[in-house]
Ligand binder design. Structure first.
Ligand code: SAM
Ligand code: DTB
Ligand code: SF4
Length: 328
């Protein structure tokens, strides 16, 4: 039995890992990274908001919730050609995964979903790994997405079960878990992570990671977002998380789920190259590229290209199978 890949972690074990002296924690994470991931390879993903704003949910962090005045203009679903053009641009810029996001509470069986299905088919033919994040899904909807060629589905748990109610009241943790179940059942890769910097405790952060790492199957990817505090949301004016908090979160995720892609997600725009390098050392091996996340800024392709060259990083190819562990 492989002692590194476990889903029976106890909270005490997670606490011991998370609270270790930071350099020791990074060393341990980097060791597992060397064993299970291709060193220096970073997955480059592009996000596109195909349906922006006007969302009925009350997620306290989100600039797209209709009830907050954040200055985000609501846009109806983009059309097929526009989306395909953006996917081609992303591919030409070196991305291997294309993630389409919609500001929906859940998917409805209507013509908009039919259009998204066509987009998934179209992006798939470009040889990109297609991902979507559309809110809650039923089992049938997940199956339709899978049949259209969807590779991964992003659906974040965001924080611990205990803290969830302070951040979102319009749905429950169980609703999120149910969608993850439907996604997994349909044979789609799960992309699931969270956000730090929303007033949660260390214990909440560890509980989120514990929930992910004790699933029967670890998520294929785990996005770690630093809150982008947006004016008009209930979380406006929150202090930015410091780099060591990101490092601790990323390294703990890497140790608990050695084979997952750990994505240094929102928050990179506010980080220096040195700070990002610490996150890569701590086990991050995936990023969102392109100058916009969904609605907020992200580093430009050109500056990421410079960073890759400086740090000796190379973009990971698409549809790569798991690396064989290095023995010796
Ligand atoms: N509406 C769908 C949903 O909620 O699942 C999909 C889009 S939603 C914007 C995707 C994820 O983006 C959220 O789960 C959250 O983790 C992240 N996110 C949204 N706003 C953010 C912010 N201001 N800072 C960091 N992450 C954010
Ligand atoms: C994820 O974990 N982070 C991305 C993606 N999954 C969909 C979204 C970040 C959004 C940041 C705020 C915005 O740009 O609107
Ligand atoms: Fe809507 Fe998703 Fe934003 Fe919540 S995170 S308000 S569900 S778009």
């Amino acid at each position: 039995m492989n002692q590194d890949i476990r889903n029976n972690w106890t909270m005490d074990e997670v606490r011991e890992i998370y609270h270790a002296p930071v350099l020791e924690l990074m060393y341990k994470a980097a060791t597992l990274q060397h064993k299970y991931q291709a060193i220096g390879e970073v997955q480059v993903c592009t996000l596109l908001s195909v349906k922006t704003g006007g969302c009925s949910e009350d997620c306290a962090y989100c600039p797209q919730a209709a009830r907050y005045n954040t200055g985000v203009d609501a846009h109806k679903l983009m059309n097929y050609d526009e989306v395909l053009d953006k996917a081609i641009d992303a591919k030409n810029a070196g991305s291997t995964r294309f993630c389409m996001g919609a500001a929906w509470r859940n998917v409805r069986d209507n013509s908009d979903f039919d259009k998204v299905i066509d987009m998934v088919k179209g992006v798939n033919t470009l040889g990109l790994e297609v991902c979507c994040t559309l809110g809650m899904l039923t089992e049938d909807q997940a199956t339709r997405l899978k049949e259209a060629g969807l590779y991964a589905y992003n659906h974040n748990l965001d924080t611990s079960d205990e803290h969830y109610g302070d951040i979102i009241s319009t749905r429950t943790y169980k609703d999120r878990l149910d969608t993850l179940y439907n996604v997994e059942k349909a044979g789609i890769s799960v992309c699931c992570g969270g956000i730090i910097g929303m007033g949660e405790t260390d214990e909440d952060r560890m509980k989120l990671l514990h929930t992910l790492a004790t699933r029967d199957k670890h998520p294929e990817s785990v996005p770690v977002n630093a809150l982008v505090s947006v004016e008009g949301t209930p979380l406006e004016g929150r202090e930015r998380v410091n780099v060591w908090e990101m490092v601790r979160m990323i390294a703990t995720a890497r140790i608990l789920m050695p084979k997952a892609m750990v994505r240094l997600s929102a928050g990179r725009n506010e980080m220096t190259v040195e700070q990002q390098a610490l996150c890569f050392m701590a086990g991050a091996n995936s990023i969102f590229a392109g100058d916009k996340l969904l609605t907020t800024p992200n580093p430009a392709f050109a500056s990421d290209k410079e960073m890759f060259s400086l740090l000796g990083l190379v973009p990971r190819e698409s549809f790569k199978t798991e690396e064989e562990p290095v023995t010796a």
